[in-house]
Design a protein around this ligand. Structure first.
Ligand code: FES
Length: 142
């Protein structure tokens, strides 16, 4: 078995187990939940630097967990990080202008949460997001 075949098998097993590609923040103090908003300090959140990148926000009383990503469109986006098929996590697909469930069924959504492929039929919940210099604010009540 060559390296390419091993990589394909590893990707398949990750999908089978529902292991996503998107990391948690390396700096856990780069974000906080305050007054119904999530605030992200972009200068400390290296995971969001490049278009196509993303970060998982989990814990700190956050429900549901969030996927925040820097889209191919250069904008930041936030969605509930639970696939509407069976609840697995979502990854941004760099260069594809879509986000995709990490499971075998690969439900695929537009940046505004509309399902466009795979098993999911219902849209993902999306959140309003704004930027003021190095601070991103995600409104949880929208
Ligand atoms: S959980 Fe996402 S496609 Fe099944």
């Amino acid at each position: 078995m060559n390296n390419n075949q091993i990589e394909v098998m590893m990707k398949f097993f990750k999908r089978l187990l529902g292991i996503c590609e998107t990391p948690l923040p390396a700096d856990s103090d780069a974000w906080a939940v305050q007054d119904g908003n999530v605030r992200i300090n972009l200068s400390r959140m290296n995971e969001l630097k490049n278009p196509g990148s993303g970060v998982r926000l989990e814990g700190k009383g956050l429900d549901p967990r969030l996927l925040v990503f820097h889209g191919d469109d250069g904008q930041y986006h936030a969605v509930a990080n639970r696939c509407t098929h069976m609840g697995r996590r979502i990854d941004p697909i760099a260069g594809g202008s879509v986000i995709q469930c990490c499971s075998v069924s690969k439900s695929t959504f537009t940046y505004d949460g509309r399902p466009v492929g795979g098993a999911a039929q219902r849209p993902l919940k999306t959140y309003g997001i704004s930027q003021d210099q190095e601070t991103l604010t995600i409104k949880l009540d929208e």
